[in-house]
Design a protein around this ligand. Structure first.
Ligand SMILES: *Cc1c(COP(=O)(O)O)cnc(C)c1O
Length: 380
């Protein structure tokens, strides 16, 4: 029996920690030590991670929580939002941005995005403000920084809070400042595939406001202070000690990983220039992009994806349905045709593989796969 020809390995959309054996073993050691000590909730690792993440984000306070969704929800609850309040949310985001608003009882008001940056702008926000608007949730989507200063300026006089959804942009800088540190509060997710990912779910809230941080801290553990004295109705939304320990190790590598993502993106954008698709717009001065996703826009997106798959290159769509048209929000929302940029993008966007430490061969496979799909070049 003759052996089948070796199948060329496919390039995945993202790669997790098992791709780095040294890191993987360091993390396993941390998990083993904590499990042996029975140190699962709270403790030194959680406290140390909160200090280190606050330092990293250049803010005085960080509260670790159980997910990015809980980070957003607890900030909105801590701000006192509830029924009757409106929160402005881009329709081009992961659904969690809107869910957090709904979960606190407020109403998400979906807005369209800029066709170049794929993020919200002050002009789009201004048109959506009503007398009930209490908060705006700009999303640093795919790792690209939102033009925040005009949004913050717009919201200042009417007393509207601005809370950054930084779940896809850990470590990115806007005007020299880390995302999350620029507005009222910043919310992060440590879902495994994020630029800073745990070995499970996790999240954090960062803020310069000590009262807001304190309220989030009370909310995330049953409103309890001291033990068995419950001051307010809270919930269980803590970060596990094992996740904190994993995140502490990985945080030290985050800047290098983000730089590696930027380098891969630069290679892609150079190689894909002139092919029949739009690569991510270059970041204007003062902006940053940490390429959580590398998103191209192509009219025949589904055809492109099929041909990439045939070349052994995985791809994804972030996200195929804009939030205002998903089942959860379709009824009572603005409806099809109301947010044309988000709706067109949902049909034309394609996320190519990108992760830190991508080899030259992997990058080459991606760019050659796209060239082949465009009728140029030979199959990788
Ligand atoms: C991942 C993500 C979230 C939610 O994070 P979870 O940790 O999965 O709850 C929120 N907003 C955006 C933009 C995200 O990408």
């Amino acid at each position: 029996m003759s052996a089948a020809p070796a199948k060329t390995p496919s390039v995945p959309v993202a790669r997790l920690d098992d791709g780095d054996p040294v890191l993987f073993h360091e993390l396993l050691g941390k998990v083993e030590r904590l499990a042996a000590a029975g140190a699962f909730i709270g403790g030194d690792e959680v406290a140390a991670f909160e200090c280190e993440f606050a330092d990293y984000c250049e803010v005085p306070h960080a509260v670790s929580v159980s997910s990015g969704t809980d980070a957003l929800l607890l900030v909105l609850r801590a701000l006192g939002l509830g029924p009757g309040d409106e929160v402005i949310v881009p329709a081009n985001s992961f659904i969690a941005t809107a869910e957090a608003v709904s979960l606190c009882g407020a109403t998400p008001c979906f807005v369209d995005v800029d066709p170049v940056s794929h993020t919200i702008t002050a002009e789009l926000v201004e048109r959506a403000i009503t007398s009930r608007t209490r908060c705006v949730l700009p999303v640093h989507l795919h790792g690209r920084t939102v033009e925040l200063d005009p949004i913050i300026a717009l919201c200042d006089a009417p007393g509207i809070a601005v809370v950054e959804d930084a779940c896809q942009a850990h470590g990115a800088r806007y005007g020299g400042r880390r995302v999350g540190s620029i507005s009222t509060a910043g919310c992060f997710s440590f879902y495994p595939a994020k630029n800073l990912g745990a070995w499970g779910d996790g999240g954090a809230v960062v803020t310069a406001d000590p009262e807001l941080a304190d309220r989030v801290r009370l909310l995330h553990s049953h409103g309890e202070r001291p033990r068995y004295h419950h001051r307010i109705v809270g919930t269980t939304a803590r970060l596990d000690a094992i996740q904190a320990a994993v995140l502490r190790v990985k945080l030290r590598r985050l800047d290098a990983w983000n730089e590696s993502r930027r380098q891969a993106a630069a290679v892609f954008s150079g190689a894909l220039d002139g092919l029949d698709l739009a690569v991510p717009a270059a970041s204007p001065a003062g902006h940053d992009h940490v390429y959580h996703h590398y998103v191209v826009v192509a009219e025949d997106r589904d055809g492109l994806r099929e041909q990439l798959a045939a070349s052994g290159v995985a791809s994804a769509v972030h996200y195929p349905v804009p939030i205002h048209l998903t089942g959860a929000y379709a009824s009572g929302g603005p409806g099809p045709g109301s947010l044309p940029v988000c709706e067109r993008l949902a049909e034309q966007i394609c996320s190519l593989p990108i992760f830190p430490g991508m080899t030259a061969d992997e990058m080459d496979r991606v760019t050659r796969g796209v060239a082949v799909a465009r009728g140029l070049g030979v199959a990788p």
